[in-house]
Design a protein around this ligand. Structure first.
Ligand SMILES: Cc1cc2nc3c(=O)[nH]c(=O)nc-3n(C[C@H](O)[C@H](O)[C@H](O)COP(=O)(O)O)c2cc1C
Length: 167
């Protein structure tokens, strides 16, 4: 039997969300899927995938524009697929403490696309993150890398289980 193809697409400004997408892709490959990880702005056709995971960084309460446009551009096909959404945001451990619901725009998209689930992962703002706000956050001790590989791995594994169940 050929492995199911899964797309993991991400909208990232400074790389933290790309790292989460890579981790999801790696886990799905370990679980036997043919997982492809792509920047959201390069995705123009999802017809060749049996499942899609789409994630975006949060900036000022909004999902990254590349993730938003990817969702809009591919909406028709995405409605026909098993779809999971994620956000990368809080630069503290709040995402570990409790489930953080999707921001308004993402909640609307979830409904519109019939996405199965959404999860918010902790994000990262570090000394390598470009931009004056990021620099100021780090200077004032409000930065850090709050991505949790174990939590990302567990969610990706759960997606793999659902995809397997749908075969
Ligand atoms: C200017 C700025 C605004 C941000 N706004 C939010 C926000 O509204 N909500 C949130 O949870 N995280 C916010 N963050 C944290 C980012 O979402 C987090 O660092 C994310 O992991 C960055 O992903 P990226 O490197 O893929 O762009 C903000 C970070 C910066 C630098």
């Amino acid at each position: 039997m050929t492995a199911k193809r899964v797309l993991v697409a991400y909208g990232s400004r400074h790389g933290a969300t790309a790292g989460i997408a890579d981790e999801i892709g790696r886990t799905l490959r370990e679980d036997g899927f043919d997982a492809v990880v792509l920047p959201a702005d390069t995705v123009t056709d999802v017809s060749g995938y049996q499942g899609v995971v789409l994630g975006g960084a949060l900036y000022a309460g909004r999902w990254n524009g590349k993730a938003r446009r990817c969702a809009r551009r591919n909406a028709e096909q995405l409605r026909e697929k098993p779809l999971w959404l994620f956000s990368s945001g809080p630069v503290d451990d709040s995402a570990e403490q409790h489930d953080i619901p999707p921001v308004h725009g993402v909640a609307r998209r979830m409904k519109n696309l019939g996405a199965r689930e959404h999860i918010t992962f902790g994000g990262a703002v570090t000394g390598d993150t470009a931009g004056s706000i990021a620099r100021s956050m780090v200077r004032h001790g409000k930065g850090g890398d709050f991505r949790n590989p174990a939590r990302i791995h567990a969610w990706a594994h759960h997606i793999g289980t659902e995809l397997d169940a749908g075969s």
